[in-house]
Structure formats: structure tokens, C-alpha cells
Design a protein around this ligand. Structure first.
Ligand code: ARG
Ligand code: ZN
Length: 871
């Protein structure tokens, strides 16, 4: 069944309050749901409640038990045809948390109970209005055996605890804020806690608690510090203060996504909580800080103001990702963070937007909502929020946020409501922004420049297009830019007569506002033809087409004022070199190593005073998914050869400089999560990765592995060795296994290293990993670390010419679909771009998809992706 945005109807009933009682048992948990309801419209409409996988025990209406003839139960609904204007309803159901392998609703992991309700998991707990625009006051009573459930948690404040006969006890939690049921949470089990406090700016003391399994108590410090930094930052940057007396975070090993912002009781994938220097990398530390921030920031953008329906998901996710990006940017390096986010967007969201699952940030329809927690809704959504920020400036954006909360606190609203708040607070018209919400695809922005030396006039001709859409509604595209002379110095920007109302000075620099499909901008008073620095800060999520010469790119790479453009320019040189070699390979010619790229590479590596992290990013090659995106038809063999060649040439040509930079950034200092230390590690490890493609591939890597300084360096060493068929690789991998066999999160790294290896053995190794005693289909992280990594990151083995990689993943998807459809649906996306591949690969990917589609019992999740891909 397909759901459409245009079908939205406001709810017919309001829930005044809800009292939930849980009698927890692993296989037969009894849930009693008592609610006060009244009708708000549709006098004759029946009462329809959502429910799936529930065993219905009893229904009472106003204290009277109903006969089965007085209601209807289907697979997905409980229907009471005849209810009064105002009534109390009590429903008793039973569920089986132990055998809940979908990890939606209430489930048990490592002996602990926890919940995941977003998007539509609450209906797997009890019959209810499982839609975000029904908000109510929740009270939750949890009853459980004491021995196994020392801790009993739910949303809000703890109001009562007590003992019960037979070694049982109970706790009652009351949430003073109205919320939709997707924000409900319950946790119970034998967890240990780490405690701290935060004093708000209005001097209230908030209790902070992180609950983990006892063995993980020594890995919570970074998460707690991250939480305190998030709370402080949201007060300082957004003026938003926490609103309950307690804030709890629970870490569980089995979790479908990253984390969940349940009111006052966040449930996290333990990957985004647990860290110590020996077990977690810099990327893990950064991920933890940003996800802790993300979930905390949801308390205002998501919880206090929530979504009217799931088509509005980007309202809370795009905005909250934007906020967490700004948080990381303020905590670490803004330039590095921006480049990392652009890379993530291009590697993951651009391909999604170019494939059969392409959808606008506000999807217009869906079969399974869980499939729309996408890079598009989240990351492109955040880019669109950033457009408002670029257009309005920090102060204007904050004015808009203030009005948004003034108007909508406690309500479930839409993306239009957000846009109107931004527009009204700043008294400007932002109506055109809506086109970003309703049109899918990555826009192309084509820019051509003409210089008239006689008059000193520069014209920029800009055209926007959306692939495959001949007449799209024009997008409002803000382009940050600058003019440079041959030495890289800034030239003045003087808009001509006809362009004055389209060019602005902003706090981020000169801004050109493109509002139509095709537009010409004029600049006067230029004594020489300027070089163009375009799309500074990556000011809009577009593909920029501007034919810069190699000389221009080299100049921008060394001199532009904007770090993003500097990085982008050298990346473009690398990409041009790779594209050139792909064509050469296809024509049966030898490959070449671009002189201009070499010069830019050397200049950047040896630049004085440049942040080592920016050096590391600049000398790195574009990631394979983005390289693939450059081709209409992907020739896997040619691209892999060209990239391989590029790495080998870099290693050979710059071995001396790379080794020197490597040694210069080694340090004996104890691990510290600090941007300077992280930058040094990043550059050192980028050099190490290249050195492994050179003449002495293992020397540095083995030495670095043996030092066991911290997980960042250990993993970088293993990564460097990972493509080599040498005994040192095997020795280090088995040493690593011996050391960390007991640590789930570290073992995920061991599995994923092998799943993404470029070695000839990789396909066979992956089969072996699936048989490994530590492999576990019920743990999503473990499944993703093998199968997710294999399909998404191992371009060589997954696209093996034999087609065996495809066949393997197809079988595993089918197996996984029976266990956990949400995870299976993510794995199957590795096939969605099948039409882009050349010849036999295209055929084999299609066959794999057809094989999956032939399964008669597919989940909605996998069905939606497979059927849309084959359409
Ligand atoms: N709201 C969560 C977050 O972004 C994600 C929950 C996703 N859940 C799901 N079943 N798709 O923080
Ligand atoms: Zn979120």
C-alpha cells in the first residue's frame, strides 16, 4: 500500500492522557493501555487504532468489557465502529520481546528490554493512533522481576517506585510534556550508570545519566562530555535550554539506526556512546560527539515542535542535522567539517538522487516509511536549511528560529510552517524555497564567463537544470563567490546596473542569488579578466559545471580564500586525471600522471602553515562512489584501474615527501580528542596509506601497528596493509582478533576491514566471515560491518566480473529479510544503481534484483526498493 502526502487528514480523535502499564516478561509481556479520548470531528467516523503483531487480550470501553462482536481486529488495525463523544478505553495486549528480531517496538537485547518506536514501531507495542500529530501526556508504569531488571526507565520524571510480591518491583514515570507515541521509550534490565550534572543558564541542575552494560562503564566519559558540550552549545548558539530535570542515555548493542531522541530517554546504538582511546578512532569520537549532539538538539527541533506527518520528516531531521553540523563545526574545525559533509553528501546522497529511489527532501509518497530515513531527507535536508542560513545570515536565521518556537511550541507542524517562520521573522518572501522540497534530483548549475576587456565588464551566464526534467520549477540557488587575479589576490566585485538586486554582501562573502532557470549577471570596473572562485563553502547542493582551466584550478588550490574551493580545485584536478585515464584505458592506451595535478599535490603537501587536516583532505583522492557518479555508464574495470594507477603514481613520485610528512606528524603523546592532534593523525595516516602503494609497502604500517598507540593509528595501519597479499597483513589481523575478541564494537572493525579489502581473496573471505562463530545475523552492526561494507565500499569484490558478489549479497538479503527487514532494505540499496553499469554487470545486477523480487514473502521494506529499482 502506498501512502500519499496529498491524502493527509487531521485526526478525528484527541487523546487527553495515556496510562501504560507493562508487566515485563521475555516472551509474554502484557501491555495495558488506558486512554482518555474525545472526538474532535467526523461525528460518525469509527475509532481506528493501529496495531501490528499484537495478541489482543481484552478491550474495555468506559469500564465495560467489549464482546468480540463489538470490534474488528485486522492484521494492522483495531476498529470500534461505535464510540461515544468522550470515553475511556482500556486495551490489554501481549507481545514477545525476546523473539522480536525486527528491533522495532519493544525488544530484548543482551538481556535488557528497550524500545524503538520511530517511525511506526509503537503499533507493535499496543493499539494506538500511531501518527505524529496525535500528542498526549504519557504516564508509564513498569513492573518487572527485580533480579533481571534492576533498572526501570521511561520518559519524563520518576514519580513512584515500590516493591511487589514474588521479588518483583515497579516504577512509574510521568512525562509532563505532550508527545506523539514515536517518542515513547521504555528500558529495563541490569544496566549500570554513569552520573553527572549540568547547570542550565537559569541555574537549574539537570541530572545526566548514561546507562550501559557493566563491562562498558570505562567507555562513557567522552559521551558524557559530549552531552555537556551539546547542552551548553544549544544555550549559547540557539538560546535553547533543557526542559526536564533528568536526561538519560542508554547504549544498546542491537539497534537498527544510530540513535533515537525519545523524550528524556535517548536510546543509542552503543557505537555512538562507547569510546576509549584503545578502542575508538578519531572518527568514532567525532561521530559520538555529533550523534549525542544530534539527539540532544532534537529535544527542541523534533520533540517540542514535531512533525505533522512523516512526509515532514526533514522538518526535524534536516534542521537537526544542520544543527549538529554547526555544533561539530564550532567544536572542531569549520573548514574540515564542511569538506567532510560535502564528501558524505556526494558519496551517498548524490547517487541516491540519481537512482530509482530518488525522492525530494519532502517525499510525496512511500510504501514503508523506514525506507525514507535517507541521506536525502537528512543530509540534503540539512543543506536546504543551510540555504536559509546563507540567505538570512546567522542573526536572521536565529530570528526565524525564535519565531518558529514562539508559534509552534507543543505542536505538530509542516515544512511550510518552518519556511513561513523564517520568512515572516525577516520580512522577506521565501516562497520559492519550496521548490527545493518537492523536486528530486541534484541540480546542475552551469556557469559561463565572458570578459570584455575594452569595457572591463564580466558577464556570468548561469543555467540551472534537473536531469531528466525538461521544465522544472526554478530553484533559489545562492552562490557564494569571489574574483581573483593571477597571484590569487581578491579583485573587487562591482555588480553592473542590471545585477545590483541579485548580488549581495553577506557575512559569508559575495553572494549571487539565482532565481530563474537562466540568468546573466554583470560586473564592471575590472582592469583584468578575473579568475572565478565559485560556490564557496559549497553554498548549494548542486553539481557545478564550470570549465576552469588546469592553471586556474592550480591557482585556486593554492590561493583561494575559501578552504572548500581550495580543496575542491585539487580534487577536480585529480578527477580530470582519472577521467582522462579511464578514456585511455578504454581506448587501449597507456595512462598518464597529470603534471598539473602533481604540481598542485606537491604545493599543498609542502605548504607552510596550512592545517594538516586540510592537507590530508586535499591530497586524498575523490572517493570511488563520487568517481562513479561522473560517468553516465560506469566501466568498473576502467575506473578501478585508473584509481589504482593514480595511487601508485602518487606513492612513487612523492615517496620522499610523503615519508617526510609522515615522520613529521608522528607523536608519542597520549591520545587526546583535540583538533590539532586529530589533524596530525589524519595527515600522517593519509601519507601512510599512500606509502603502502609504494616500493616498501609494509615497513611503516607494521611498525605503526606494533606500537599500539591508539585505535586511530592501529586501524590506519591495518587499512594500509589491507589491500596487500602479504603475511604481515594476516599476522596483524590475527593479533588484532586475539586482543579484541571480547569487544563487540572493535570486532566490527575487524570484520569490516576484511569485507572491504581490495585483495583478490576478498570475495572468498566474505563468505568465510559469514560462517565465522562471531558473526551474528541478529546484530545489525555486525551485519552492516560485513554485508553493508561489502556492497557499499568494496567496489572491486562486489562488482567482481563473475557476478558472484551480486549473487552472494542477494542471498544474504533474502536471509536477512526474514530476520530484520529494515536492515535487509538497507543492504539491497547496493543494487539500485544497476542501470548505470556497463554490459554484463548490468545484466547480473538485474538478475540478482529479480531473484530477490521473486520471493513471495518479501517485507514491505525490501519490496519497495526492489520493485522501484526494477520499474
Ligand atoms: N530520529 C532518529 C534520529 O535521526 C532516527 C530514527 C530512525 N528510525 C527508523 N526506524 N528509521 O536521530
Ligand atoms: Zn534525527
Amino acid at each position: 500500500k502506498t501512502h500519499y502526502l496529498t491524502d493527509y487528514q487531521p485526526p478525528a480523535f484527541e487523546v487527553e492522557s495515556l496510562f501504560l502499564t507493562f508487566e515485563l516478561l521475555p516472551n509474554g509481556t502484557r501491555v495495558t493501555n488506558r486512554m482518555q479520548v474525545h472526538r474532535v470531528k467526523d461525528l460518525s467516523a469509527p475509532l481506528v487504532l493501529d496495531g501490528e503483531g499484537l495478541e489482543l487480550i481484552q478491550v474495555d470501553l468506559d469500564g465495560v468489557a467489549l464482546m468480540p462482536t463489538q470490534y474488528d481486529v485486522t492484521d494492522t488495525q483495531l476498529i470500534l465502529p461505535d464510540v461515544p463523544e468522550r470515553f475511556e478505553l482500556e486495551i490489554v495486549t501481549e507481545i514477545d520481546p525476546e523473539n522480536n528480531t525486527r528491533l522495532e517496538g519493544l525488544y530484548r537485547t543482551s538481556g535488557n528490554y528497550c524500545t524503538q518506536c520511530e517511525a511506526e514501531g509503537f503499533r507493535r507495542i499496543t493499539y494506538y493512533f500511531d501518527r505524529p500529530d496525535v500528542l498526549t501526556y504519557f504516564t508509564t508504569k513498569i513492573i518487572a522481576d527485580k533480579q533481571d531488571n534492576k533498572v526501570l526507565l521511561s520518559n519524563g520524571n520518576l514519580v513512584e517506585v515500590g516493591d511487589l510480591p514474588n521479588d518483583r518491583h515497579y516504577a512509574i514515570w510521568k512525562d509532563p510534556y505532550k508527545k506523539p507515541c514515536y517518542l515513547f521509550a521504555l528500558v529495563a534490565g541490569n544496566l549500570e550508570e554513569v552520573e553527572d550534572t549540568f547547570i542550565t543558564r537559569d541555574q537549574r541542575q539537570i541530572d545526566l545519566r548514561i546507562y550501559v552494560e557493566p563491562k562498558n562503564l570505562d567507555k562513557c566519559e567522552h559521551a558524557m562530555e559530549s552531552l555537556k558540550r551539546s547542552m551548553k552549545w544549544d544555550e549559547e548558539r540557539f538560546g535553547l535550554v533543557y526542559d526536564l530535570d533528568i536526561y538519560m542515555i542508554v547504549a544498546v548493542d542491537d539497534f537498527n539506526m544510530g540513535a533515537m531522541e525519545n523524550k528524556g530517554l535517548n536510546v543509542f546504538n552503543s557505537k555512538y556512546v562507547l569510546a576509549k582511546p584503545e578502542t575508538a578512532t578519531d572518527a568514532d569520537y567525532e561521530g559520538i560527539e555529533s550523534v549525542i549532539g544530534h539527539e540532544y538538539f532534537h529535544n527542541w527541533t523534533g520533540n517540542r515542535v514535531t512533525c505533522r506527518d512523516w512526509f515532514q520528516l526533514t522538518l526535524k531531521e534536516g534542521l537537526t542535522v544542520f544543527r549538529d553540523q554547526e555544533f561539530t563545526s564550532d567544536m572542531l574545525s569549520p573548514a574540515v567539517k564542511r569538506i567532510e559533509d560535502v564528501k558524505r553528501l556526494r558519496n551517498n546522497q548524490f547517487p541516491e538522487d540519481a537512482g530509482p529511489m530518488s525522492h525530494p527532501i519532502q517525499p510525496q509518497s512511500y510504501i514503508e516509511m523506514n525506507n525514507f530515513y535517507t541521506m536525502t531527507v537528512y543530509e540534503k535536508g540539512a543543506e536546504v536549511v543551510r540555504l536559509y542560513h546563507t540567505l538570512l545570515g546567522e542573526a536572521g536565521f536565529q530570528k526565524g528560529m525564535q519565531l518558529y518556537f514562539d508559534r509552534f511550541d507543543g505542536q505538530a507542524v509542516t515544512v511550510e510552517d518552518f519556511r513561513n517562520a523564517m520568512a515572516d521573522a525577516n520580512e522577506i518572501d521565501l516562497a520559492q524555497m519550496h521548490n527545493w522540497y518537492t523536486q528530486a534530483g541534484t541540480p546542475t548549475l552551469k556557469v559561463e564567463k565572458h570578459f570584455d576587456a575594452a569595457t572591463g565588464t564580466l558577464t556570468l551566464h548561469c543555467e540551472q537544470s534537473l536531469k531528466g526534467q525538461s521544465a522544472h520549477a526554478p530553484l533559489l540557488i545562492p552562490v557564494l563567490f569571489g574574483f581573483l587575479n593571477d597571484d590569487g589576490r581578491a579583485l573587487p566585485v562591482r555588480p553592473g546596473e542590471n545585477s545590483r538586486n541579485k548580488v549581495f554582501e553577506t557575512e559569508k562573502g559575495h553572494l549571487l542569488k539565482l532565481t530563474t532557470l537562466s540568468e546573466t549577471f554583470e560586473f564592471t570596473g575590472l582592469s583584468q579578466e578575473p579568475h572565478l572562485s565559485l560556490l564557496r563553502h559549497f553554498s548549494a547542493p548542486v553539481n557545478l559545471e564550470y570549465a576552469a582551466s588546469d592553471e586556474e584550478l592550480m591557482m585556486l588550490a593554492s590561493h583561494d580564500a575559501d578552504s572548500f574551493v581550495r580543496w575542491e580545485s585539487i580534487q577536480t584536478l585529480a578527477l580530470k586525471n582519472i577521467e582522462d585515464n579511464v578514456a585511455r584505458f578504454q581506448a587501449g592506451n597507456g595512462m598518464v600522471f597529470s603534471e598539473h595535478y602533481q604540481q598542485a599535490f606537491q604545493a599543498v603537501l609542502e605548504a607552510k602553515g596550512l592545517d594538516p587536516a586540510l592537507k590530508a583532505l586535499a591530497i586524498g583522492l575523490p572517493d570511488l562512489p563520487y568517481v562513479f557518479e561522473q560517468f553516465e555508464t560506469i566501466d568498473v574495470d576502467a575506473v578501478l584501474q585508473a584509481v589504482e594507477y593514480q595511487k601508485a603514481q602518487i606513492a612513487q613520485t612523492f615517496s620522499g615527501a610523503l615519508d617526510k610528512a609522515y615522520l613529521a606528524h608522528c607523536s608519542k603523546k597520549a591520545y587526546c580528542y583535540d583538533k590539532h592532534d586529530m589533524a596530525a593523525r589524519m595527515l600522517k595516516n593519509q601519507c601512510l596509506a599512500y606509502l603502502a602503494y609504494g616500493a616498501e609497502p609494509v615497513v611503516r604500517a607494521v611498525a605503526q601497528y606494533e606500537q599500539q598507540q591508539n585505535m586511530t593509528d592501529v586501524l590506519a595501519a591495518l587499512n594500509a596493509l589491507n589491500h596487500l597479499a602479504v603475511s604481515e597483513r594476516e599476522a596483524c589481523l590475527s593479533d588484532f582478533y586475539e586482543r579484541w575478541q571480547q569487544d563487540t564494537l572493535v570486532m566490527d572493525k575487524w570484520f569490516s576491514l576484511q569485507a572491504r579489502s581490495e585483495s583478490e581473496q576478498a570475495l572468498q573471505d566474505v563468505r568465510g566471515l559469514l560462517e565465522h562463530p562471531d558473526f551474528n545475523y541478529r546484530n545489525p552492526n555486525r551485519v552492516r560491518s560485513v554485508l553493508g561494507v561489502f556492497g557499499r565500499l568494496n567496489m572491486k569484490a562486489f562488482h567482481d566480473a563473475s557476478g558472484e558478489g551480486y549473487a552472494l549479497l542477494a542471498e544474504e538479503v533474502l536471509k536477512m529479510d526474514k530476520i530484520n527487514p529494515q536492515v535487509a532494505a538497507r543492504l539491497v540499496t547496493a543494487f539500485t544503481s544497476w542501470k548505470r553499469f556497463k554490459g554484463h554487470r548490468q545484466d547480473k545486477m538485474q538478475s540478482a534484483l529479480q531473484h530477490i523480487a521473486a520471493d513471495k514473502a518479501l517485507s514491505k521494506d525490501v519490496y519497495e526498493i526492489v520493485s522501484k529499482s526494477l520499474e
